[in-house]
Design a protein around this ligand. Sequence first.
Ligand code: SF4
Ligand code: SF4
Length: 139
Amino acid sequence: MCPTRVSLSRENVKGDFVQLVNEISGQNVLNCYQCGRCSSGCPLTFAMRLLPNQVIRLVQLGLQEEALETNTIWVCASCLTCHARCPRGVDLAKVMEALRAIGLRPGTHDRIKPEDLPPETLAKLPQQALVSGLRKFTK
Ligand code: SF4
Ligand code: SF4
């Protein structure tokens, strides 16, 4: 959920969280000027609690907890539509990947446990989907 009050400060905007996301993703989230073209083209917004550009805004504001708790970073399928539409060249898929990586770091937990997957699901899943899913959802 988006906070109703945001503390805008140089420390947040230039803070450790923004730097870390930029470092892992290889992007500069501060290049985003919130035009919304990424979100208007994203095929998965129906399942996202926050739009992709809203997640970028949270990162820009240094709001780590809010950015990591949204389901958007897990719903993103890395389809790159947003990147193709972004006039500022921001690769949101890489930013989402960086946020997932930060969320899965020590102190957190795997989003899925392979041993919990029912055998009938495992039998039906294409191997590629299984491998990419485990890469995405586990430490
Ligand atoms: S399209 Fe690019 S500049 Fe526009 S809101 Fe999305 S990330 Fe920001
Ligand atoms: S890469 Fe993710 S955020 Fe971007 S359009 Fe695809 S699903 Fe949406």
